[in-house]
Design a binder for this molecule. Structure first.
Ligand SMILES: Nc1ncnc2c1ncn2[C@@H]1O[C@H](COP(=O)(O)OP(=O)(O)OP(=O)(O)O)[C@@H](O)[C@H]1O
Length: 270
């Protein structure tokens, strides 16, 4: 998978400039886009699935440039899960909501049912199939929204702030869902303010500031103090903790193993 953005600029009708000559190349399966409020993350995502067409510059998905003509086809290949599930859940039951996309694609009712049951099973929401979506909790609504997008069988899936408003257990569930998708070969792109989560999860990061790409690369770009300060993001906690050492664990498990090794070599004084 390959997402290539070149000199992308976009202003909203009221004149607000949201993206300014943004250039980036994304190729890994787990991508995190970070930036402070208003830096352009959601606007960029909406360009990646053809909801917005570039006013200037280009967006290419696997070598195909997004245009007004092909944007509907692109939306089938690139699914977008909005930050607020209420923005994309509207059918009378969970089943119908998930079925909406495949039905729209012209799939037979038999295939629609197969896809919907498969997605509900995958996300562990089969017991909710006859419920009205507006009766569900936030985490359940988010799962229905994801199931609806996955039922379209996209090649790339974009999540705008997937973790906002989730309790710690639901958050672990969602990380597991994203990992499963990425392991199946799907490109998963998330936007987040959570630097620690990006540091431990992503294979590729993109930092935005005022509609521009400040820096992109692997998670170690999040250790760049100058860039992080400019982007108004705080440094990853693990980096701050291990900064004065030669070690760079990016997740708790790595940090735990390291500390155990260090303590074994040099037992702490009682
Ligand atoms: N519909 C709109 N009309 C006018 N301006 C908009 C609209 N949507 C977003 N903007 C503006 O575009 C800029 C980028 O917004 P965007 O939502 O892409 O940022 P973001 O990085 O996703 O922010 P957040 O982290 O707060 O979700 C902001 O200045 C915002 O106020």
């Amino acid at each position: 998978m390959n997402v290539s953005v070149n000199h992308l600029s976009f202003s909203y009708p009221d004149g607000t400039r949201a993206l300014h000559k943004l250039t980036c190349q994304l190729t890994k399966n787990k991508v995190a886009i970070l930036g402070s409020n208003g830096s352009g993350k959601s606007t960029l995502l909406q360009h990646l699935n053809g909801l917005y067409i570039p006013q200037s510059g280009t967006v290419e998905i696997n070598g195909t440039r997004i245009t007004k003509k092909n944007c509907m086809d692109i939306r089938k290949k690139v699914g977008l899960v909005f930050d607020h599930p209420d923005h994309q859940i509207f059918a009378p039951t969970v089943f119908d909501d998930i079925a909406f996309g495949p039905r729209n694609k012209g799939e037979s009712e038999k295939d629609v049912a197969r896809l919907v049951y498969e997605m509900m099973d995958w996300l562990n929401i089969s017991h909710l199939q006859n419920k009205p979506p507006y009766h569900l909790s936030l985490g359940q609504k988010k799962k229905v929204a994801i199931a609806g997008v996955l039922a379209m069988e996209p090649e790339i899936i974009l999540f705008d702030e997937p973790f906002s408003g989730l309790d710690p257990y639901s958050l672990d569930d969602f990380i597991e869902i994203l990992n499963r998708l990425a392991n199946l070969g799907q490109m998963v792109i998330i936007t987040t303010h959570d630097v620690d989560l990006a540091y431990s999860w992503a294979e590729e990061c993109l930092i935005l500031q005022r509609g521009k790409a400040l820096l992109q690369g692997d998670v170690h770009i999040l250790e760049n103090e100058k860039v992080m300060a400019e982007a108004k993001l705080r440094l990853p906690s693990l980096f701050s903790l291990f900064k004065e050492t030669k070690y760079r664990p990016t997740n708790i498990q790595q940090a735990k193993t390291l500390l155990e090794q260090i303590v074994r070599k040099e037992p702490l004084m009682k």
